[in-house]
Ligand binder design. Structure first.
Ligand code: FE2
Length: 236
């Protein structure tokens, strides 16, 4: 499986959208996940110059066959943020029409922020598997940062969106955020077997990725072992 896996981590403002000041400041990671043998490939969280992400995978001999969305925030899918109009998913779909995989609890939010009709989104439940060539990607519903945040588990890798960073976790004070849900989601991720490598949605740490066991030891979000401790840690 590992031989066939195509996996790239691309940093906004450096690897794509290099001249975009917001992309540079936000330090978002997008991911390309595909099957080298069939050439099928998905983009995780296309924002800013989304077309450049497609250019990158095509330059590697892959073709776009879908989009995976961790959550609806404009720095992950495009849309209006802090008075700026970010490009993203909508521009990508104009170029190539492909399935967009979202969690069912996030579909309305993604539709609202991107202007993409709900009928164009493929809504999923926790545990669903999206197969790209021979690569199985398991979708994990991890609410807290947003109601339908999801992480992706594949071949020893956890693409964690804004649920889990290497240091800290996504904020819970935006609309739809929930402190208690975040605790439960982080605990569920901590219990994943096989010690996957965590690939976060932003580069907010020294390293761009780290093993889950290392994150469990070093990330302050895992200092709380009960919901009460967690609420205190989060200032609730
Ligand atoms: Fe976010």
């Amino acid at each position: 499986m590992t031989d066939r896996l195509y996996f790239r981590q691309l940093l906004s403002g450096r690897d794509f959208a290099a001249d975009d000041v917001i992309a540079q400041q936000m330090r978002n990671f997008s991911y390309l996940i595909g099957d080298r043998e069939t050439g099928d490939c998905v983009v995780v969280d296309p924002a800013y110059a989304a077309g450049e992400l497609v250019d990158a995978l095509e330059a590697d001999g892959m073709h776009l066959s879908g989009v995976l969305v961790t959550h609806h925030h404009p720095d992950h899918v495009g849309g209006s943020m802090m008075g700026f109009e970010l490009k993203g998913l909508a521009e990508l779909l104009e170029r190539t029409s492909v399935p967009v995989h979202v969690n069912s609890h996030e579909a309305d939010w993604v539709s609202r922020v991107t202007g993409i009709a709900g009928s164009e989104l493929t809504a999923h439940e926790h545990g669903d598997v999206v197969r790209i060539g021979a690569i199985d990607i398991e979708l994990l519903h991890t609410p807290g940062h947003t109601p339908g945040s999801q992480c992706f588990l594949l071949d020893g890798r956890l693409v964690a969106g804004d649920t889990l960073f290497l240091e800290g976790c996504g904020r819970t004070d935006f609309p739809g955020g929930n402190v208690d849900d975040m605790f439960r989601s982080l605990q569920a991720l901590a219990q994943l077997s096989g010690d996957p490598t965590v690939f976060p949605g932003h580069w907010y740490s020294q390293e761009p990725s780290a093993s889950l066991s290392e994150v469990r030891q070093t990330n302050y979000v895992y200092r709380a072992s009960s919901l009460d401790q967690w609420r205190m840690l989060m200032g609730g």
